[in-house]
Design a protein around this ligand. Structure first.
Ligand SMILES: NC(=O)c1ccc[n+]([C@@H]2O[C@H](COP(=O)([O-])OP(=O)(O)OC[C@H]3O[C@@H](n4cnc5c(N)ncnc54)[C@H](O)[C@@H]3O)[C@@H](O)[C@H]2O)c1
Length: 322
């Protein structure tokens, strides 16, 4: 899910915490092997979430990370964005050049999912498409080490269903580590266990989050979990206000931003998350609960039909090309 940005104060606190962590960072601050049984990590999907997860693991947990994506273009975009983020930290004296280059050197890339075969911990961050996730977990059940933990970053899909797809020998190693966006800034991670998840899988995942300097909250495996069950109906209602002419986009974002203290209005936040992701989450909430209060707005569907999925493509409710 996206940045659950409740108030400017909360954001300031999160950012300050991030800065404190950055200042205290040293490339050897977390000893390799600090998380029992986890000496390396693979991340599948090098989009906005995957690249952030890879960076935070290489930086704060000092883990060697393999960043895997089926698209060369995504990998190239991700690696240059990671470099840009690290360069910015060097320019602001939050990292030395040596530390930044040590972090970069811990991240390798691949277009082959079989590269996970020696990984101790695997985090999937491909688009929010049920069949795609189920296919990947079936494959992970077959090609991963028998001890590897298989985590998903899904925003809404049932972890129990994903665990079942991994097969009976792997299901107890499946869990959700649901990082918040942007991963390098937001300290929160939602941890969701499937019915099949073993206590050991849960403990190792909590330990890894801690090593990545994240603050986990646990949620039951219900549609949308905690964060998106609360956030997405809010965003969807803002889009319904726009499509029914109750207010213009600046009015809707303006009143929420200036009236409730959130750092960005709901339409800007939807652009930032990705409208395709917002729609996919609303569909899961609607289908899995059968409750009409979760019906996705028609305008949200039409924006996705047009390919205007937000900041990542340059156009959503706002234009990001200028
Ligand atoms: N965007 C958010 O704010 C946010 C927040 C929390 C969780 N999430 C969840 O994280 C996941 C990823 O979201 P995102 O915003 O990073 O998406 P994204 O579209 O930015 O990135 C997805 C990446 O997966 C790659 N991919 C597609 N099919 C693949 C395959 N078969 N094998 C390997 N790579 C493949 C794509 O090339 C792309 O680079 C989704 O489940 C989403 O719901 C998103």
């Amino acid at each position: 899910m996206a940045a659950l940005r409740i108030s400017t104060r909360a954001l300031r606190a999160a950012t300050t915490r991030g800065n404190v962590l950055n200042r205290g960072f040293s490339s050897s601050s977390v000893r390799l092997g600090a998380v029992e049984g986890v000496d390396n990590l693979s991340v599948i999907g090098a989009g906005q979430m995957g690249l952030g997860i890879a960076l935070v693991a290489a930086r704060h947990a000092s883990l060697p990370v393999t960043l895997i994506d089926s698209s060369e273009a995504s990998i190239s975009k991700a690696t240059s964005f990671i470099s840009k983020l690290l360069d910015k930290d060097v320019a602001k004296s939050r990292l030395t050049e040596e530390e930044a280059s040590a972090i970069k050197s811990r991240i390798t890339t691949s277009t082959d999912i079989n590269s996970v075969s020696n990984s101790d911990f695997i985090i999937e961050a491909v688009p929010e498409i049920v069949d795609l996730k189920l296919k990947i977990f079936k494959q992970l059940g077959e090609i991963s080490k028998p001890t590897a933990i298989l985590a998903t970053n899904t925003s809404s899909i049932s972890i129990t269903k994903i665990a079942a797809a991994a097969g009976p020998d792997a299901a107890d190693r499946v869990i959700s580590t649901h990082f918040m966006n942007p991963v390098p800034v937001q300290p929160g991670v939602e941890i969701i266990t499937a019915l099949q998840t073993s206590p050991k899988t849960l403990q190792t995942s909590l330990d890894l989050c801690k090593a990545m300097k994240k603050l986990p909250s646990k949620s039951a495996d219900t549609p949308g979990f905690l964060a998106n069950r609360i956030l997405m109906p809010y965003i969807n209602e803002a889009i319904i206000c726009l499509e029914s002419g109750i207010g213009g986009k600046e009015d809707i974002d303006g009143i929420m931003k200036n009236g409730t203290g959130v750092p960005m209005g709901p339409l800007t936040l939807a652009d930032f998350i990705g409208l395709d992701t917002c729609l996919a989450i609303m569909k899961v909430l609607y289908q899995d609960t059968g409750d009409s209060k979760y019906r996705p707005s028609v305008l949200l569907q039409r924006m996705v039909d047009a390919g205007w999925v937000g900041k990542k493509c340059g156009k959503g409710f706002y234009d990001y090309t200028k």
